[in-house]
Design a protein around this ligand. Structure first.
Ligand SMILES: [Fe+2]
Ligand SMILES: [Fe+2]
Length: 174
């Protein structure tokens, strides 16, 4: 919160990557109709968020930075297993977890902002992001059986909690 400008730049990068990631799913799994529709809608929504955050950046006369690897996302995506069906399940669950964590972070930010307009913006964002994690978990349940989804989700949640606990505190979403 002490360097909110820096946080905003990181947040913008996250929204941009979320939109690109959703379109990446469309490119990888063009034959899965439910996924394609859900990911097109998600890509649009994340792009809209990027546009909104970029508006805040413009108002503050800041400038977007070059894309940097996010250490949280990087470590998390390494957990995806490699035979292609397991990879598909893991990518869906990891995406769902990333959405849930983002939602939690926006809640924290909203709670700690003093500016009423910004507070409302982050509150509303947290509400929207809360729906996103369901999209991925539901897709996982569409393409895999419930027990398999549940077991792997529990494993990945433990791994994610461990990764998060080791990350340094910085002015960023993660
Ligand atoms: Fe978003
Ligand atoms: Fe999202």
């Amino acid at each position: 919160m002490r360097d909110f400008d820096l946080f905003l730049l990181d947040h913008a990068a996250c929204e941009k990557k979320a939109s690109a990631m959703a379109m990446g799913m469309v490119a990888h799994y063009p034959d899965r109709k439910q996924l394609v529709r859900a990911m097109i809608d998600l890509a649009l929504e994340e792009l809209e968020h990027f546009s909104q955050v970029y508006h805040l950046i413009e108002i503050r006369n800041l400038q977007l930075g070059a894309d940097e690897k996010d250490p949280y996302i990087n470590q998390l995506l390494k957990q995806a297993r490699h035979p292609s069906d397991l990879y598909f399940l893991d990518r869906l669950l990891l995406a769902g977890i990333i959405e849930a964590r983002g939602c939690q972070r926006f809640h924290c930010v909203a709670q700690n902002l003093r500016d009423e307009k910004l507070k409302q913006f982050y509150k509303q964002l947290a509400t929207v992001e809360a729906k996103h994690h369901h999209i991925f978990i539901q897709l996982a349940q569409t393409y895999f059986n419930a027990d398999e989804v549940e077991t792997r989700l529990t494993e990945l949640l433990h791994i994610e909690a461990d990764i998060v606990s080791r990350l340094p505190i910085r002015a960023a979403v993660h």
